[in-house]
Ligand binder design. Structure first.
Ligand code: BES
Ligand code: MN
Ligand code: ZN
Length: 504
């Protein structure tokens, strides 16, 4: 999708269409000659309700150059949020796509970083389709969007903001494209190949530990989980050095990348098992975030660690009852795990990855994982679970979630939950029972991070969608990429916003 920028008004655009936002109960602001047309329609067909659309022909109206006007409602003026605007604009662009229109324009009255990013995100995300394996072509995606800003706007600065938003949005789509591919196409070594290629393209540093290196290093968790598959496990690291002081402690992003999770010997039921190709979404979010971080040259040091494996049942699988020894790292004693369920594999691979990240003395660790069905039960697809050991870090992430629409909701990590993963025969066991399942999984992870500020995002409910959303097609959502970029951008500038009010 190409984005053009102009200080000409929306109504001067000679295009097949323009999009016009309207608030509920307020007549849309249009040139005088269009007013009669709108007044006639207003009450019956269009009230400006949230996401309501109306496509009008403009033939004969001298004050407007475009062939059509698509009205789209934002709801009541006082209720408008960035997420509402994203949803309304996404809905509008889909309506145009359905009508076979692939070029349009929109007016941004106050071209702030936030408003431009909102528009660019909605357009970029709604334009993504996963077409790799389909011969018959779908509706043409949006080819070009013209953004109209007021006369006197600083065009070079605005152009920069648009470019930045495009880099982030395209990185989210890059993550979606990897995540949407099935387990027979994307397996752990393919994730490693994506990371290597990304490093080549962006200047990141990439390190890949293959099975032999994992064995030499004692990465017992990743080896146990990956042991049942013909596709060998990998531990992948990407590094970005952007801080002015090169000695600055990095921020570590850790992602779960199970390219397929059958459950292993504790086999999952067949229903919906296909969706477990999305069990790599945490790792894909780390790839996407590292891509954007590198492209935008964020002034922070960041290290991305991805634990990639496939969880399969076979003669070489790990089994219930096994005791597995995690990677011990340089500075502390290895944690031993009593495996009670081979389907609780995410925490087992993440244990190794967290210790590996910890060896780099990060100032903070943020992990993303499609970790538990329990989190899906608790929050559905509306928010990811947020847990950790550091209030300030959690608040940074939560407010970035409000800004990006990638919402997070806190769950408590009390001692009572930590007690539930005590084992009789090892340091911890890998399940804490059905109750509070998202939290006992986080309690497991906490064993590996020690005192380092750490936040865990359980993205099991948000990483993919089985229903089309206003600006997201079915499939992988890229959840986490925009959220992490927002978090790290605020981090770098040191300018934390006041906590945002929870969006409606
Ligand atoms: N990848 C799954 C979690 C999952 C399930 C994500 C459904 C999205 C939708 C994870 O590896 C898993 O299987 N977790 C188990 C843990 C249990 C055995 C303690 C779960 O949640 O059932
Ligand atoms: Mn599992
Ligand atoms: Zn899993």
């Amino acid at each position: 999708m190409k984005i053009n920028l102009t200080t000409q008004s929306l109504f001067q655009q000679k295009l097949p269409s323009v999009v016009l936002f309207a608030f509920e109960g307020e007549p849309p602001k249009v040139p005088a000659s269009l007013a009669p047309l709108l007044q006639g329609l207003n009450r019956q067909e269009f009230h400006g309700e949230n996401q309501q659309t109306l496509l009008l022909h403009t033939a004969g109206h001298a004050d407007i150059a475009a062939a059509r006007v698509l009205l789209v409602g934002l709801g009541k003026h006082q209720d408008v949020t960035r997420e509402r605007t994203r949803r309304a604009f996404g809905t509008a662009l889909k309506r145009l796509r359905d009508a076979g229109i692939d070029r349009t324009a929109v007016q941004v009255h106050c071209p702030s970083p936030d408003s431009l990013q909102t528009i660019v995100e909605a357009a970029g995300l709604v334009s993504y389709q996963f077409t790799q394996f389909k011969a018959d072509q779908h509706k043409p995606a949006l080819a070009a969007l013209t953004i109209c800003v007021p006369e006197g706007s600083d065009l070079p600065a605005t152009q920069q903001l648009i470019k930045r938003a495009q880099a982030i949005t395209e990185s989210a789509n890059y993550a979606r494209d990897i995540a949407n591919q099935p387990g027979n196409v994307v397996y752990p070594s393919v994730i490693a190949a994506y990371a290597r290629q990304l490093a080549k393209d962006t200047g990141l540093k990439c390190t890949v530990l293959d099975k032999a290196a994992l064995q030499a290093g004692g990465f017992g968790g990743l080896l146990a989980v990956g042991g049942g598959s013909a596709r060998e496990p990998y531990l992948i690291t990407l590094e970005h050095r952007g801080a002015r002081a090169s000695s600055a402690k990095p921020i570590a992003l850790v992602g779960k990348a199970l390219t397929f999770d059958s459950g292993g010997i504790s086999l999952k039921p067949g229903e919906k098992m296909d969706e477990m190709k999305f069990d790599k979404c945490g790792g894909c979010a780390v790839l996407g975030a590292m891509r954007a971080i590198a492209l935008l040259k964020l002034p922070v040091n960041v290290i991305g660690v991805i634990a990639a494996a496939e969880n399969m049942p076979s003669a070489t699988s790990y089994r219930p009852g096994d005791i597995v020894t995690s990677y011990k790292g340089a500075d502390h004693r290895a944690v031993t795990i009593e495996v009670l369920n081979t389907d609780a594999e995410g925490r087992v691979v993440l244990g190794d990855a967290l210790v590996y990240a910890r060896e780099r003395h990060p100032q903070a660790i943020i992990d993303l994982a499609t970790l538990t069905g329990a989190c899906v039960v608790a929050l559905g697809g509306c928010a990811a679970g947020l847990m950790g050991n550091d209030e300030a870090l959690q608040e940074k992430l939560r407010s970035a979630g409000e800004a990006t629409g990638e919402r997070l909701w806190p769950l408590p990590l009390w001692q009572d939950y930590k007690d539930k993963i005590k084992s009789d025969v090892a340091d911890i066991k890998n399940t804490g029972g059905r109750e509070g399942g998202a939290i006992t999984a986080a309690a497991f992870l906490e064993k590996y991070v020690g005192k380092i500020p750490w936040a865990h995002l359980d993205i099991a409910g948000t990483a993919w969608t089985t229903e089309e959303r206003p600006y997201l097609a079915k499939g992988a959502t890229g959840f986490g990429v925009r959220l992490l970029l927002e978090t790290l951008t605020q981090w770098g500038s040191g300018l934390n916003r006041p906590p945002a009010a929870p969006a409606r």
